[in-house]
Design a protein around this ligand. Structure first.
Ligand SMILES: NC(=O)c1ccc[n+]([C@@H]2O[C@H](COP(=O)([O-])OP(=O)(O)OC[C@H]3O[C@@H](n4cnc5c(N)ncnc54)[C@H](O)[C@@H]3O)[C@@H](O)[C@H]2O)c1
Length: 254
């Protein structure tokens, strides 16, 4: 019978300082991985047994290199870091703003994959999980640059899965829908002020009236981490180039 252990593997998680990344780092460490947790501010990971933090700006080549160096023997790579700046209008996003979103959301993944995947391949394989977004397939104008980067990650994962599948490296995408992290809490705070209701009522309004989520609740970070965990481990050994949605059924199309 196949076991699904990831114990003893080195797992790199980017954007591990909060939200979904923090939950993934905790989950992997609890299962016996040596976790390399990278973030501008990874202090939330301090003291978690099995987690080593790396402070790095993942939007820069030197930041990505620092993380790659700390993870020479990675068997699992989770590209989770992203920014999703709210945009008032397309015309107001200048080249520098586009470039910064691109550098953090896409180039961090490109650079880490380039450093880590060949080494995984040389050791017989590994698993890469990129965190996408429902925004890649259902773009919102106020998150246009974010949505473009998340669509790009889908293409990247597919191409990498084809090139490195023969070497045993799998590359998949987990695409979350609305998830209760600090970004979502900020949004719910604004919504509650706009509607003159408390935050719980705003969350309810968002789930039932604005988004019509069939499962009637938003994701918790652990809901996303659980699917990442599946794709990281040997139970998903026949899965590559795939996109798994974790969105309470928000995708109303086939
Ligand atoms: N929360 C949601 O509703 C939602 C929905 C769809 C997709 N996602 C995706 O899930 C992933 C995690 O989202 P989250 O809500 O947990 O995010 P979050 O904002 O809670 O955490 C992101 C982390 O990335 C770090 N970070 C930002 N810029 C960085 C940089 N330049 N270098 C290093 N670290 C940096 C931040 O410090 C933070 O700890 C992202 O890829 C996001 O696009 C989230």
């Amino acid at each position: 019978m196949m076991t699904d252990s990831i114990a003893g593997l080195t797992a790199v998680v980017t954007g591990a300082g909060s939200g979904i990344g923090l939950e993934i780092a905790r989950m992997f460490a609890a299962e016996g991985c040596r976790v390399v947790a990278a973030d501008l501010d990874p202090s939330a990971c301090d003291g978690i047994p099995g987690v080593r933090t790396v402070t790095a700006d993942l939007g820069t080549p030197s930041g990505a290199a620092l993380v790659a160096e700390a993870a020479a023997d990675a068997g699992i790579l989770v590209n989770n870091v992203a920014v999703a700046p709210y945009r008032e209008s397309f015309a107001a996003i200048d080249d520098a703003a586009w470039q910064r979103t691109w550098d953090i959301n896409v180039m961090s993944c490109v650079r880490l994959c380039r450093a880590v995947i060949p080494r995984m391949a040389a050791r017989g394989g590994g698993s890469v999980v990129n965190i996408g977004s429902e925004g890649a397939r259902h773009p919102k104008p106020y998150l246009v640059d974010y949505a473009v980067t998340k669509a790009a990650l889908l293409v990247l994962a597919k191409a990498l899965s084809m090139e490195f599948g023969p070497a045993g490296v799998r590359v998949n995408t987990v695409a979350p829908g609305p998830t209760r992290t600090s970004t979502m809490e900020t949004f719910l705070g604004s919504l509650s002020r706009d509607l003159g209701i408390d935050v719980d009522a705003a969350a309810d309004h968002f789930v039932h009236t604005m988004r019509h989520l069939p499962l009637g609740r938003m994701n918790e970070p652990a809901d996303v981490a659980a699917v990442v965990r599946f794709l990281a481990g040997p139970a998903s050994r026949q899965v590559t180039g795939a996109e798994y949605t974790v969105n309470a059924g928000s995708t109303a199309s086939v």
